[in-house]
Design a protein around this ligand. Structure first.
Ligand SMILES: [Zn+2]
Length: 108
């Protein structure tokens, strides 16, 4: 499995140091089974969220699925075509509301 991490993701992980360990564990699980998360809708269609401690979330995409569904066009996952199918892309991690509303880790 190939993985990418957005700048936003790395930044958030530093900021929320207390959940870093859990996040790393979760990242492992997601890489082993990218369909473990919950598919998001509307603006965030094509992305998945996986819950962490409390109401923290990891926001990611799985290129194999995102292409199959044609979500890559909606996703603004503009460099998607450069990725192999088996790629998990981590966009953001943070408290529930922020991770959803911001979506700033998503390339535009
Ligand atoms: Zn993609």
């Amino acid at each position: 499995m190939n993985e990418t991490y957005s700048d936003q993701f790395v930044k958030s992980l530093k900021k929320f140091a207390s959940i870093k360990k859990r996040a790393v564990n979760k990242i492992d699980k997601i890489i082993q089974n990218p369909l473990t998360g919950e598919p998001l809708k509307y603006d965030l269609r094509g992305l998945y969220s996986a819950p962490l401690a409390k109401n923290f979330l990891i926001i990611y995409s799985y290129c194999k699925i995102c292409r199959k569904k044609g979500d890559d066009k909606i996703l603004r996952c503009s460099d998607c075509t450069d990725m192999i199918n088996e790629t998990v892309r981590f966009f953001d991690v943070g408290p529930h509301d922020k991770a959803y509303s911001r979506g700033s880790g998503i390339p535009t």
